[in-house]
Design a protein around this ligand. Structure first.
Ligand SMILES: Nc1ncnc2c1ncn2[C@@H]1O[C@H](COP(=O)(O)OP(=O)(O)OP(=O)(O)O)[C@@H](O)[C@H]1O
Ligand SMILES: [Mg+2]
Length: 263
């Protein structure tokens, strides 16, 4: 019996910036439907890895496959169409439109749907809009942004913008969502509600999540699998329990905290 194909396969990925090897031959898989954490010290290459996976940076060598298809050289919008979206460590939302419109712009198109058919069938268009609005309001509620739905996204605080960016990524109904430090800069309570929402979406829709996070309690309690990077390489992969017990990881990253911070 062979295992099901992972949704993401990264093989010997390399990315240089001038002389620096930010990603230096990294390989790992992300299982379909998993919540996988990508951890490692500052500068380990985690964000660069998300950039490579989402098309915001180009591989110098190696291979990346999304659902069995090579995505090397593809632009972010092409990769998004194949079902992968990401959020940024430094948030990017559309400041000049409302919070709700940021969400509605991310609403998924239905299969076969195109503008002429929507024009020909106002009923179809209304149904689609009502469905998107409901989904948007539900997500905004979860992220504590419902009362801000009509505000310009540019008027939100840094933490709120981050929440909006994550809510917007979830709105796309992509099959895999990459999150770069979803808990950084938001309150612990909201951080937990983000992770709760992720767990629910995985359960309900089978969405796969790959998230970069420095909060080890969150990583160890929420991830099924942990990928550890250091100096551009993957130095370990395993379950949270295996990672906590891995002496190389403890030395490279977790330090003296590894044994203490059991959730
Ligand atoms: N656009 C760039 N140009 C030059 N160097 C870069 C660029 N992006 C990242 N780097 C360098 O590549 C290395 C890896 O950076 P990266 O941002 O991927 O690390 P990270 O693991 O996400 O760290 P952190 O936990 O601090 O976010 C660092 O040394 C960084 O300075
Ligand atoms: Mg980073």
């Amino acid at each position: 019996m062979s295992a099901p194909t992972p949704i993401l396969e990264v093989r010997d990925a390399v990315k240089h910036f001038d002389g620096l090897r930010a990603v230096a031959g990294a390989s790992f898989d992300v299982a379909r439907g998993s919540i996988t954490a990508l951890i490692g010290p500052n500068g380990a290459g985690k964000t660069t890895m998300l950039d490579l996976l989402s098309g915001f940076a180009r591989l110098d060598a190696g291979a990346i496959r999304l659902a069995n298809r090579s995505i090397a050289g593809m632009a972010p919008h092409q990769i998004a169409r194949l079902g992968l979206v990401r959020t940024f460590q430094l948030t990017r939302v559309l400041a000049g439109i409302s919070v709700l419109d940021n969400m509605l712009l991310a609403a998924p198109r239905q299969p076969g749907e195109h503008i002429p058919s929507l024009l020909a069938s106002p009923r179809l268009a209304r149904q689609r809009e009502a469905r998107a609005r409901l989904a948007a309001e539900e997500l905004l509620e979860t992220f504590g942004l419902r009362l801000k739905a009509a505000d310009y996204a540019g008027s939100l605080s840094g933490g709120e913008r981050k929440l909006l960016e994550i809510a917007r990524a979830l709105m796309t109904e992509s099959s895999i969502v990459l999150l770069d430090e979803p808990m950084a800069g938001v309150s612990p309570r909201l951080g937990r509600s983000i992770l709760d929402r992720i767990a629910i979406l995985r359960q309900e829709r089978g969405t796969t999540f790959l998230f970069v996070e420095h909060d080890m309690d969150a990583v160890m309690s929420r991830a099924d699998k942990v990928v550890v990077m250091a100096q551009g390489r993957v130095i370990a992969t395993g379950t949270p329990a295996e990672i906590r017990a891995d002496s190389m990881v403890v030395e490279a990253y977790l330090g003296g905290l590894a044994g203490e911070r059991v959730p």
